[in-house]
Design a protein around this ligand. Structure first.
Ligand code: PGA
Length: 253
């Protein structure tokens, strides 16, 4: 049975004090759901302070991005080893905002995932189609292409350690959430791709999160789908009440 996983992607929001207040408010209620893995992904500059605040507590810390290089003269970059060094456990790679605004392509996303794995971090590899691609009936091909480019090159032992986030671009930050059926269809496709490329065991192990306008009132219908193992939450992760409302909607096993 895959453990459910809820991750909050704070993007470029909050002050340091707000960040610490938020994790203080989350830590207690999260401890009451030991059946769910929960992580927050603050901006780089707050990672160390947040990780220290959460030391020994069951709320994990992830970064929103990482360099694909281990070290060197790469001004402004942060390596996976540095993230591991300060207590990060996860890193989001290939978020659609990075693909769209910072030119990241599948090959680059793959290298970032490899760098994360080499440093002992769990990459949360994001993929998803645009509205135009969905309307053109290309969703399945786009997902297959992104999977082939940013996941399928990993060997099976590494693939078994990743988390995948299906985030339809048209649902991110728009308030337009995918229906449970739309999400389940792509998640089931992704699990088939994992089984095809690797084996049934890897396919049954990898957690596939849904992301895009997840809120407390739509979380339950998404999170009760057989292939939806959790959520990557943007806007609703910035306030304790809404993030905890989503946590409350995670079905108990
Ligand atoms: P959203 O963002 O929940 O604000 O739509 C999700 C994401 O980008 O990960």
């Amino acid at each position: 049975m895959r453990r459910r996983f809820l991750a909050g992607n704070w993007k470029m929001h909050l002050t340091k004090n707000e960040a610490l207040r938020l994790v203080d408010a989350l830590a207690g209620p999260v401890a009451e759901r030991p059946d769910v893995d929960v992580a927050v992904c603050p901006p780089f500059v707050y990672l160390d302070a947040v990780a220290r605040r959460l030391e020994g507590r069951p709320l994990a810390v992830g970064a929103q991005n990482v360099s694909d290089k281990p070290e060197g003269a790469f001004t402004g970059e942060v390596s996976a080893g540095m993230l591991a060094d300060i207590g990060c456990r996860y890193v989001i790679v290939g978020h659609s905002e990075r693909r769209q605004f910072f030119g990241e392509d599948d090959a680059w996303v793959l290298r970032k995932a490899q760098a994360a794995l080499a440093a002992g971090l769990t990459p949360i590899i994001c993929l998803g189609e645009t509205l135009a691609q969905r309307q053109a009936g290309e969703t399945a091909q786009v997902i297959r292409r992104q999977f082939n480019g940013s996941v399928a090159e990993l060997p099976a032992d590494q693939a078994a350690q990743i988390v995948i986030a299906y985030e339809p671009v048209w649902a991110i930050g728009t308030g337009v959430v995918a229906t449970a059926e739309q999400a389940e269809e792509v998640h089931a496709d992704l699990r088939n791709l994992l089984a095809e490329r690797y084996n049934p065991e890897v396919a049954q192990t990898v957690r596939i999160l849904y992301g895009g306008s997840v809120k407390p009132d739509n979380a339950e219908s998404l999170l009760t789908q057989p292939n939806v193992d959790g959520a990557l939450v943007g806007g609703a992760s910035l306030q304790a009440t809404s993030f905890l409302g989503i946590l409350a909607a995670v079905p108990k096993h």
